[in-house]
Design a protein around this ligand. Structure first.
Ligand code: SF4
Length: 202
């Protein structure tokens, strides 16, 4: 038997590098589709663009089986509590891509009924600009998210998610104490945050 060459037989690495490699190549998308961007997203999953090339083809409509939410379309204030609940139910660690100008900033809907950016109520990792963004742009957004995951420390996301859950508890407590609906409670929290100069409620 030939002498074992340790350099060929052994690979050394860091735990976070291996874990992040697995995470970034096995993202499970959850489409939160509310408008036209969701139609554009259908082509991203189809054969021409084919998101499975990036290991992210296992699309699920259950938040418990997903870790990458794509918000695709206009989000109204009425939908804000639903979006927060679905985000809360997703498996951890979890990531969010805001697709299109509507999700990212309210877009052309500068109205009292439209949430002026989902990042006010849930953490967002990547923004894809456009109206609608081309399928290539969405794929580029997924690639940017993969780059981000690759560089993350394993504990980094915990703090981030803890702050979100704390804000969800504050929302539930406000609803229970005042009888407000989820939509009204979020609005109150947004107004309070704006008064202190904070851009988000978490
Ligand atoms: S960004 Fe444009 S394409 Fe996307 S949901 Fe808004 S209006 Fe529709």
């Amino acid at each position: 038997m030939s002498e074992m060459n340790l350099q060929e037989a052994v690979v050394t690495t860091r735990l976070d590098a291996v874990v992040n490699w697995g995470r970034k190549n096995s993202l499970w998308p959850l489409p939160f589709g509310t408008a036209c961007c969701a139609i554009e997203f259908m082509s991203v999953m189809a054969s021409k663009y084919d998101m499975s090339r990036f290991g992210a083809e296992a699309m699920r409509f259950s938040p418990r089986q997903s870790d990458m939410m794509l918000v695709l379309g206009t989000v109204t204030n009425k939908m804000a509590p639903v979006l927060r609940t679905i985000y809360a139910q997703m498996a951890e660690p979890k990531w969010v891509i805001s697709v299109g100008v509507c999700a990212s900033s309210g877009g052309m809907y500068r109205t009292y009924a439209t949430l002026q950016g989902i990042d006010r109520i849930i953490p967002v990792d990547v923004y894809v600009p456009g109206c609608p963004p081309r399928p290539e742009s969405m794929l580029y957004g997924v690639m940017k998210l993969q780059e981000k995951i690759e560089k993350e420390g394993l504990g980094m996301r915990k703090d981030h998610i803890r702050r979100f859950y704390e804000s969800l508890e504050r929302q539930k407590e406000l609803e229970a104490r005042t009888g407000l609906t989820g939509q009204q409670a979020i609005r109150e929290m947004l107004l309070d945050a704006a008064a202190t100069g904070a851009p988000t409620i978490f």
